[in-house]
Design a protein around this ligand. Structure first.
Ligand code: SF4
Length: 148
């Protein structure tokens, strides 16, 4: 549920404006090798991770806003975009300070994407030759140990 103006003002002061340090973009649901190959590419870049929330996938990009001051304030406050104005006020735009950001899936590395793709697509070792970075025995043993 959205918070009051006072609750949000207090949260901003105490949080350090975490919501101004990243953005997230919606992704297509991954269904095949090409989709997971795109996921791998996203995670080959520093600062990115991918998550699934309420059935939808997103790319999270760690990139602080250029209008965020060193003391965590917005230097464009009066002209800030609507997405900033709505954050914390809408039910779909909860403030991170109050929690509620437990995702269904979180993929933080190429290795995690590859393990996830194996599970979802039912891939075997021969299927990923020349495609996956993770080809060693340790990767497959870890997957087998985890089980389905
Ligand atoms: S414009 Fe202001 S409120 Fe919006 S992300 Fe940048 S610093 Fe944060």
């Amino acid at each position: 549920m959205g918070k009051t103006k006072d609750e949000l003002a207090d949260a901003c002061t105490r949080c350090g404006s975490f919501c101004c340090t990243y953005y997230a973009l919606p992704l297509e649901n991954p269904e095949n090798q090409e989709d997971f190959d795109d996921f791998r590419w996203f995670l080959m870049h520093y600062g990115n991770f991918i998550y699934k929330d309420a059935g939808d996938w997103y790319l999270n990009v760690a990139s602080p806003c250029r209008h965020l001051s060193a003391d965590g304030r917005c230097t464009a406050y009066d002209a800030r975009p609507a997405i900033c104005r709505k954050h914390g006020h809408d039910e779909d735009e909860e403030c991170e300070f109050f929690g509620g950001y437990e995702f269904e899936e979180t993929l933080c590395s190429v290795e995690e994407v590859e393990a996830y793709a194996v599970r979802i697509l039912g891939l075997g070792r021969d299927d990923v030759k020349g495609w996956f970075i993770c080809q060693d025995d340790a990767f497959w043993k870890a997957l087998a140990d985890k089980g389905p």
